[in-house]
Design a protein around this ligand. Structure first.
Ligand code: PLP
Length: 423
């Protein structure tokens, strides 16, 4: 851990430990610089190389790189053809992008409440929200813990729904010995700097379905294809005998010659969601370090878990036996009823101690946009709403030193003692 990792607080007195941050080394920098000196800054060979590396890591057949996790969610919603009238069930305990991606496509997000112990989407709640309009379920592997995929898959199969995993917190996590990335029809990852590996901004979707992968490749590039096999029947030259061997003529769109190199067709509406080659080079360089990053995240979580055994006001989220947790976040529930303070006061006190605590998340259905446009309201998801009042995320990132971890625990002890009744 270098000195530059530690930012100063406003008064410049105390080091400030952020809740998350990237870990970039000289090898990563060299990999990016090499691409900057090459011919291809974008749409070059690093894209497929990064996609293959991620596909192989998670054990999926295909991976499609895009320029953010949000774009990856949008591409997934496009691939499964979400449109007006379609409902997609998802949890409120997530980043807004999970629900927004449904809205981008004109669909309706339907919020299903979470389990109080894990804050993961509750399969029973999912089933209770299914209507004839339901098309898909999004499982969010909150904090890095995989959802109950066996139950969610069974529900999806029973009702003919598509299962999408928002695994932006869970690269490298496992469920019953299987890596996240193959547990749903489509799995979405983010490479934002706070996530497990980074490309600055970036995202990826993994799937075993060739057709869905192909649709997402089209979508990230304006809906454009240069593949003659995908050209539309609308533009195929007339096959009538009098045209046989004839030359291209006005009104024909597609060239008759074999040289198609200028020609492309826009088959559907798409976006520029491409990831650059130098970003992919960073991702390729980061990926082999992921096992070590995960090992460190688990070790930090273990230190916190041990410390909080003797701190009755702090209760870490439950971790189920059948998972390997990726610990994107370390979330604890504060037993506010045992404290002479609310979460806001605890938050401020921890920040004043130089500990970059955070709150993940404000339940999405309570944001003004969703209340205004989808008529959601307090009471829709009581478990998530209640949890929002007492959750707090402690710093966790692979470059944290033992001193950082000890400082975070010492600060937590001090703040809890301060606010303990009679303390
Ligand atoms: C980070 C994140 C996203 C969005 O990813 P970006 O790369 O920031 O666009 C979506 N869902 C969840 C759960 C996330 O944590």
């Amino acid at each position: 851990m270098s000195i530059s990792m530690i930012r100063k607080t406003d008064n410049g007195q105390r080091p400030f430990i952020p809740y998350a941050r990237q870990w970039i080394d000289e090898e990563d920098i060299a990999a990016v610089v090499e691409v900057l000196r090459s011919d291809w800054l974008t749409t070059g060979p690093k894209i497929a190389e990064f996609e293959e590396a991620v596909a192989q890591f998670v054990g999926a057949k295909y991976a499609v790189a895009v320029n953010s996790g949000t774009a990856a969610l949008h591409a997934a919603m496009y691939a499964i053809d979400i449109g007006p009238g379609d409902e997609v069930i998802l949890p409120p305990m997530t980043f807004v992008a999970t629900a927004n991606a449904v809205v981008f496509q004109g669909g309706t997000p339907v919020f299903a409440d979470v389990n109080p112990d894990t804050l993961l989407i509750d399969p029973n709640e999912v089933e209770s929200k299914i209507t004839p309009r339901t098309k898909a379920i999004v499982a969010v592997d909150y904090a890095g813990q995989p959802c109950d995929y066996d139950s969610l898959q069974a529900i999806a199969r029973k009702h003919g729904l598509i299962l999408i995993a928002d695994a932006c917190h869970a690269l490298g996590a496992e469920y019953k010995g299987k890596r996240v990335g193959t547990l749903a029809d489509l799995t979405v990852f983010s490479f934002h700097p706070v996530k497990h590996i980074t490309t600055g901004e970036g995202g990826m979707i993994t799937t075993d379905d060739a057709e869905l992968a192909e649709r997402m490749r089209l979508f990230r590039h304006h809906g454009i294809t240069r593949d003659p096999k995908r050209f539309s029947p609308l533009t195929s030259p007339p096959a009538s005998p009098e045209r046989a061997g004839s030359r291209w003529r006005a009104g024909d769109l597609r060239p008759l010659t074999s040289d198609f190199s200028w020609y492309y067709e826009m088959l559907d509406m798409g976006y520029n969601y491409r990831l650059t080659d130098f970003q992919c080079a960073l991702g390729i360089s980061q990926l082999p370090k992921l096992p070590e990053f995960l090992r460190r995240r688990k070790a930090i979580a273990h230190c916190y878990d041990n410390a909080f055994v003797s701190m009755p006001e702090v209760s870490p989220l439950a971790v189920r036996k059948e998972v390997s947790h990726a610990y994107h976040l370390y979330v604890t529930k504060l037993k506010v009823e045992q404290l002479n303070a609310d979460r806001g006061q605890i938050f401020s006190s921890m920040r004043a101690e130089g500990i970059g605590v955070n709150v993940h998340y404000i339940p999405v259905h309570l944001h003004p946009y969703y209340r205004r446009c989808f008529n959601t309201k307090p009471g829709d998801c009581p478990v998530a709403e209640r949890a929002y009042e007492y959750i707090i995320s402690l710093p966790i990132f692979p470059a944290m030193s033992q001193k950082n971890i000890d400082d975070a625990i010492t600060a937590t002890t001090k703040v809890m003692q301060h606010f303990r009744y009679g303390g």
